[in-house]
Design a protein around this ligand. Structure first.
Ligand code: GCB
Length: 590
């Protein structure tokens, strides 16, 4: 699937804006005819947005099950004779799409795009009703994992149910990324896999595998960032060599564009689509992560796609502010915790030279009260879906030079025996898809407690000393981390990135001597962690948890969300942001 773009042969019609919306009372299946009739009692809803925070009704915010989106689309006469492909950037978590009552697509998974050719369903002379039914329920067969529980007792009304989730972010739902009709020429490029490799001498190789909607020729032209054609080739599959490439570097993104040009037998251009990519070399040794031969130290954050009002939706306003703040604080990287982010995010990271660890939505694969792999809750269905998601993720993101590593999961129950065969399968599948990037799985286990870390190239650890253990005991952080990280490195022999460490901090709360939840505590907390990291040469990165405060489910440890942000949810700096800005400016390591 190709990201929707306007090109000389393609045009895009945005369906973003306001749609009609209503909650469906159905328990398992939708009960309303939202596909072919007006929605009863419809309210207006923004697209893209999570629906949860746009209502004054807690029942909408906390809804479990189906909801309907609907709008009319007026085709243009210019669509006649073209292929019409309807594209959704993401819909959380399960979607059914209808045109004038006919179901045209189904999709499972809330963080990756899907599309469907709707040409046969559209009469370009008449408006059509577009409806999307969205189900936000999570079970053990999808990612993220969750389960629906039906607790019984006098306090629970009849039929009461809860969506139980084993992850720490609000289960936002809705149409989260843009919706487009792509108006494509009858013969067009359907998909393309583009890989850019560069050797130590600076010679680049650009390989492509494309598919077309019909028989045609394919020519490719590779342009540098200034638009000069620097290489060309032909064929559905092929490669071309560039004798000397301009490298993509952290902090200095440089991109090439591979134009895929479909042609008829006479050389007439039928379609033209650009894929942007870049050349950089990634290597991992026992103690280093090298980008273009230079050791790279990850300075940055685990993030979320999360903002007030929009919820989990892609929002260009928040994106731009976040990228500005990453620059301001001297960060060079982040992890797309805990799911793939919008493609627009990666495009800008390519351009700006921001290094990204691209994470799958495999989160919540654990339960504090019971095993999940060993008792089959996380089983063959989960694995099949996990592998599908890795295929879709890599198909979507493989051309991005900013993506330097795939993270296959966050904090699965990696201490269980059953985790091993499960992750052996995920790793084998993922390596087959992309042999050029290192793999990691972010864990919170100790050296002894883990059964899977040896399968990965970089050890990624989440650590909360003096927070979830020994709360407030700052003096335990440095000795504890030194011991713990040395043990882990001794056992697995891989470089270590601390992918999470942090402390909840209520902006504006002060206490001296320092106390948990105060701004002063967060600063002292980070300093203590840094003393340990700085003493260990095999620690190759520090990603603070979290970039900004974010919404979670309600709970006794969450004060309207998780407050471990270095920035507030509206992106204002806490004291820790100023401290980090200084530390990362002075960083002697690259
Ligand atoms: C973690 C999780 C992250 C949570 C964080 C916390 O280990 O990976 O999703 O938000 O801890 O703050 O508890």
């Amino acid at each position: 699937m190709l990201f929707p773009q306007n090109t000389p042969t393609r045009s895009l019609v945005s369906l973003d804006g306001t749609w009609d919306f209503c909650i469906d009372p159905g328990r398992d299946e939708p009960t309303l005819d939202g596909a072919s009739a007006d929605l009863p009692g419809a309210e207006k809803m923004a697209v893209p947005a999570s629906y949860n925070d746009l209502s004054q009704d807690a029942a909408v915010r906390d809804h479990i099950g189906w909801a309907w989106y609907q709008r009319w689309v007026t085709p243009s006469r210019l669509w006649a004779g073209q292929r019409l492909v309807l594209h959704f950037g993401s819909v959380a978590h399960h979607a059914r799409v209808f045109i004038d009552g006919a179901e045209v697509a189904r999709h499972k998974g809330g963080f990756l795009p899907f599309q469907v050719d709707i040409s046969e369903f559209v009469d370009v002379a008449a408006p059509f009703r577009l409806a999307v039914a969205v189900d936000n329920r999570l079970d053990w067969s999808c990612l993220p994992c969750g389960e629906i529980k039906e607790p019984k007792g006098p306090q629970y009304p009849d039929g009461y149910r809860q969506q139980v989730i084993h992850f720490d972010f609000f289960n936002y739902a809705g149409i989260h990324r843009s919706v487009h009709v792509q108006v494509l020429p009858p013969v067009h490029v359907v998909a393309a896999q583009v890989d850019a490799q560069v050797d130590e001498q600076g010679r680049g190789q650009l390989a492509w595998v494309a598919s077309l909607s019909d028989q045609a020729g394919l020519r490719v032209e590779c342009c540098d960032a200034e638009g000069r054609i620097v290489a060309s080739g032909s064929g559905i599959q092929g490669s071309c060599t560039l004798d000397e490439v301009h490298l993509w570097q952290p902090g200095a993104g440089y991109c090439y564009t591979l134009w895929l040009i479909a042609e008829d037998a006479d050389g007439n251009e039928l379609d033209r689509y650009p894929v942007r990519t870049g050349f950089r070399r990634i290597e991992v040794s026992k103690e280093q992560f090298l980008i273009n031969g230079t050791p790279f130290y990850f300075r940055g954050f685990g993030k979320h796609e999360d903002s007030t009002l929009s919820g989990r939706a892609h929002n260009p306003v928040t994106l731009i502010k976040d990228l500005k703040l990453l620059g301001w604080i001297n960060a060079n990287s982040f992890r797309t915790s805990h799911y793939p982010y919008a493609e627009e995010v990666l495009d800008l990271c390519d351009e700006l030279g921001i290094v990204v660890i691209d994470e799958s939505p495999a989160v919540g694969l654990w339960d504090h009260s019971a095993p999940v792999f060993d008792c089959g809750k996380v089983g063959d269905d989960t694995l099949a879906h996990h592998n599908d998601v890795m295929s879709d993720l890599i198909a979507r993101d493989r051309h991005h030079p900013c993506v330097v590593m795939w993270s296959v999961a966050n904090e699965p129950a990696s201490w269980e025996e059953g985790a091993r065969p499960y992750f052996e399968a995920v790793v084998a599948h993922t390596r087959e898809l992309d042999a050029t990037r290192p793999l990691c799985c972010v864990v919170n286990t100790s050296a002894q407690g883990d059964r899977i870390q040896d399968l990965f190239d970089v050890t990624c650890l989440n650590r909360y000393p003096a927070w979830y253990s020994d709360p407030g005991r700052l003096e335990t952080i440095e000795p504890g981390l030194l011991h713990d990280l040395r043990e882990v490195h001794e056992r697995f022999g891989k470089p270590i990135i601390i992918t999470e460490y942090g402390a909840d901090t209520v902006a504006g709360l002060h206490n001296d001597p320092v106390t948990m939840f105060s701004e002063e505590f967060q600063v002292e907390y980070l300093k203590a962690c840094h003393r340990a990291f700085d003493a260990l040469p095999f620690v190759i990165g520090e990603h603070v948890w979290n970039f900004a405060d974010f919404m979670t489910k309600q709970g006794i440890t969450r004060i309207i969300g998780n407050r471990k942000g270095v920035f507030t949810r509206d992106r204002q700096p806490k004291a820790s942001a100023h401290y980090l800005r200084q530390r990362w400016q002075e960083a002697s390591r690259p």
